[in-house]
Ligand binder design. Structure first.
Ligand SMILES: *Cc1c(COP(=O)(O)O)cnc(C)c1O
Length: 404
């Protein structure tokens, strides 16, 4: 380590980040990596010793801490302990993994399913196992980072279409050689904007151009459809998606990711996905928790109804108060601030007033569209939501985002 900053790019990068963070910390505008010391059932949290309304959670149905799910995890620890004997293909498979995969396949109406130890890794490993250099992957411009990284890692020709723009997708598909293998990939619900992909048109175009269709339901499971089954239920389609991807870390209060599809596809992934072959199995407690959570969603349908009602109250209420919430239709509600600093100041002001929301700035979102990325869950009650919106309104007035 004799290199000086002038010579070493790594040191330069580290230093640049250090300065940027220092500047934010000095302005008291740094909000990341804070510990949530108490969950309080999901509607409120304690952070830095203060109780705040929780508007930054992915636990859309309020299932973290659900007694049945906790109990399933405890029983799994008693039965299996806390670890596995390695990777799934070798000594890491337990009956609970197989049960979980059956539960997912049933829930998603597919023949089979495979699980991985994170949602991020699921996209990386599945996309790169399916595609090679001579193939094409066609991806929505606002797709999640894990999809983008999977596309790059696959080595396939990486083509992007304008966000949720089916004309743009068709133009891209027209330009790709007819007999080339191709996958079209999209988020079901976009993780920064909360809008929903036009699935019926997507399905039609994939059929017309003979492309595989892969959809990431990270923010769709438990959220879309009258029973929370996801984007196909939302649009009244069944088995329209070839490769159904989802996470076990959002509505499902565990960790991990899955691909559901036909049995040949899943068998192929079991023998080719590097994250399945070279990374350890899900811990038994997490697999059992995820397995139980799917059952709770079915047994407690009121949660999905409540989330849907709360989302409407939140989106309409913020719009009425004058905020730009883009085209969200779901539990993810962007509150557009403009530049990064404005988003940081809005966060500070909102948190000081007792509402826990977090900012998203560039490069995670387009520069100029920095925002509070608020989320709503089934754990909130309508009066709390009204109060939260009034607080956000007061902060919005302070920074000129809305008028009086
Ligand atoms: C959160 C998320 C993932 C990653 O899931 P993890 O389980 O957190 O690794 C993948 N895709 C989308 C769209 C997400 O929002």
């Amino acid at each position: 380590m004799k290199l000086t900053k002038e010579l070493d790019n790594i040191l330069l990068r580290i230093d640049k980040m250090k300065l940027r963070l220092l500047e934010l910390q000095q302005g008291d505008l740094y909000f990341y990596n804070k510990a949530i010391t108490e969950l309080n059932g999901g509607a409120t949290v304690i952070v830095d010793g203060r109780t705040m309304g929780m508007y930054a959670s992915y636990s859309y149905l309020g299932l973290i801490g659900h007694p049945r799910i906790n109990q399933a995890a405890k029983l799994a620890i008693e039965k299996y302990g806390t670890g596995t004997h390695g990777v799934r293909s070798l000594a890491g498979s337990l009956p609970i993994h197989i049960e979980l995969e059956e539960t997912i396949a049933n829930y998603k109406h597919t023949e089979s399913a495979i699980t991985f130890s994170s949602g991020y890794v699921t996209n990386l490993t599945a996309i790169s196992a399916l595609l090679g250099r001579e193939d094409y992957v066609i991806s929505d411009k606002l797709n999640h980072a894990s999809i983008v990284d999977g596309c790059i890692m696959s080595g396939a020709k990486f083509v992007r279409f304008s966000h949720n723009d089916m004309d743009s997708l068709e133009k891209r598909l027209e330009q790709i050689p007819k007999n080339a293998a191709k996958i079209v990939i999209s988020d079901a619900v976009f993780s920064m904007d909360g809008d929903i992909i036009n699935l019926p048109k997507l399905v039609e175009l994939c059929k017309k151009y003979q492309a595989w269709l892969m959809v990431d339901e990270a923010h769709s499971i438990g959220v879309l459809g009258t029973t929370g089954n996801g984007i196909e239920e939302h649009f009244g389609l069944d088995n329209a998606i070839d490769i159904k991807m989802g996470t076990l870390s959002k509505t499902i209060p565990s960790v991990g990711g899955y691909i559901a599809g036909n049995k040949d596809l899943i068998q192929y992934l079991r023998h080719t996905s590097r994250a399945y072959i070279f990374s350890a199995a899900l811990p038994p407690a997490q697999a059992a928790a995820a397995n139980e959570a799917f059952k709770v969603i079915i047994d407690e349908p009121w949660r999905v109804e409540c989330l849907s009602k709360n989302s409407k109250i939140f989106i309409n209420g913020l719009k009425t108060r004058g905020f730009n919430t883009l085209n969200t239709k779901t539990a993810i509600v962007p509150i557009i601030c403009g530049d990064d600093i404005c988003a940081y100041k809005m966060t500070k002001s909102t948190q000081e007033r007792g509402i826990f929301v977090l900012p998203v700035v560039s490069p995670a979102v387009q520069s100029g569209l920095a925002r509070l990325r608020a989320t709503i869950t089934a754990a909130h009650d309508p009066d709390d939501i009204e109060r939260a919106m009034d607080i956000i309104k007061d902060a919005g007035k302070e920074f000129g985002l809305i008028g009086d």
